[in-house]
Design a protein around this ligand. Sequence first.
Ligand code: GTP
Ligand code: MG
Length: 459
Amino acid sequence: MYNRDTIAAISTPCGEGAIGIVRLSGSNALKIISTLFKPKNKNSWKKKKTHTLHFGTLVFKGIELDEVVVSLMKSPNSYTGEDIVEINCHGGWVILSKILEAVCAMNARLAEPGEFTKRAFLNEKLELSQAEAVVDLIKAKTDTAAGIALKQLKGTGYKKIKQLNTALIECMANIEANLDFSDQNLDVEPVSKTVKRLEKIKTALEAMIENARKANLFKLGLHITIVGRTNVGKSSLANRLMKNRKIIVTSLPGTTRDVIEEVINICGIPVVIADTAGIRKHSGKIEEIGQRMTREKVKVTDVVLAVFDLSRRFTPDDKEIMRHIRGKTGILLFNKSDITCRMNKNRLKSEFPHWPEVEISAKTGRNIKRLKEEIYKLTVGDSPVELEETFISNIRQLEALKFAYISVKDALKALKKGFPEDIAAIEIKEALNSIGKITGETTDEEILTSIFSKFCVGK
Ligand SMILES: Nc1nc2c(ncn2[C@@H]2O[C@H](COP(=O)(O)OP(=O)(O)OP(=O)(O)O)[C@@H](O)[C@H]2O)c(=O)[nH]1
Ligand SMILES: [Mg+2]
């Protein structure tokens, strides 16, 4: 299925470090290293046992390149399933490049991004969803995202997908048996039983989709935008939430002119939080540009934090804000709760009945923790995410799961309405096809190439 030539890459990040690794995988990996490596302990090197480490010098065209430790992992018990050699050298870019050059001169080829993992998949060392988990793990931005990727990599969820697959095949077999032998008095399961089985599968798919939606939140994160009229304390709130930034705060309305963003961690969700220019009617040219940017930002954000100043009466600018945030998902924030309250909140609450509200003080930090909890509740929900159950963690897999769900629903509808049973059979086949896309059984070459291109070189 693929060219078994030997691939090579620098597997450690660019820059200076104590150790750097050049990795080789393929049928010539052992031959190449045997030519370049002068071991200190010749006897142990001669045996070339799998999963062993060897200290020595790397020499190319009579020139010593570096003192290295070579690790050997022989086929089939290696990451790729092929012979793998890892050359652990000193972590300077010049040394690493020279070693890479040397191995390529010995007939290895530079690896494409993700090619090591692609070979692991093609050699059935990993399911496709597990291979994707490798890249998720590398790119995880929070502990929770890393935890989900690790679960996926360990393949716990894969069993669930397999169970689903088996259950669908059983339904398919029953329907086919009904079609083929219904007139032969054989002991074939009645359609009503298949309907029950399909109902169960549908429920399982619903739970998986909901869990996958949540898992994606932890992986892909959220965009949250702080909006409000000028001087309500948006930047003060942003400073409370952001760790590494101090946005200018003054008592002058119109202080913030730009959209200022930073990635923060809210209960394990990576959140891009944006502070924006305050909205007000009579403002200068620069502020107007800022306000336009605020409006654009609100359109694309996932969650709006609408800030109002509890110590002032409701103003026409507040009303303007309400116009912009209508129809969005968000939280009403009543800031400056540390001073006398003059605002009547009822009007806002009645216009946004589904938005949670929190009284905060950006100045004292009052209820900032509660605000984070409300953000979590609004996006993830009340029930905790079952990491054990979470194994679908990217959009591609989630889409495949949704397609499987639609097909199962349509199959059920067909059976319940008494349509010819081959219609249900076609739908179940479709569902099986979609499930196969998650594991990689029915994924075409183009999609595989696109998946593995997301990896870094050397992985
Ligand atoms: N008492 C009190 N004052 C606050 C609180 N939050 C902000 N302030 C004050 O309100 C003023 C405006 O704060 P900012 O954070 O700059 O307000 P902003 O909404 O970003 O203002 P613009 O950038 O002009 O739109 C400053 O003087 C802050 O110190 C609060 O919770 N309590
Ligand atoms: Mg500001």
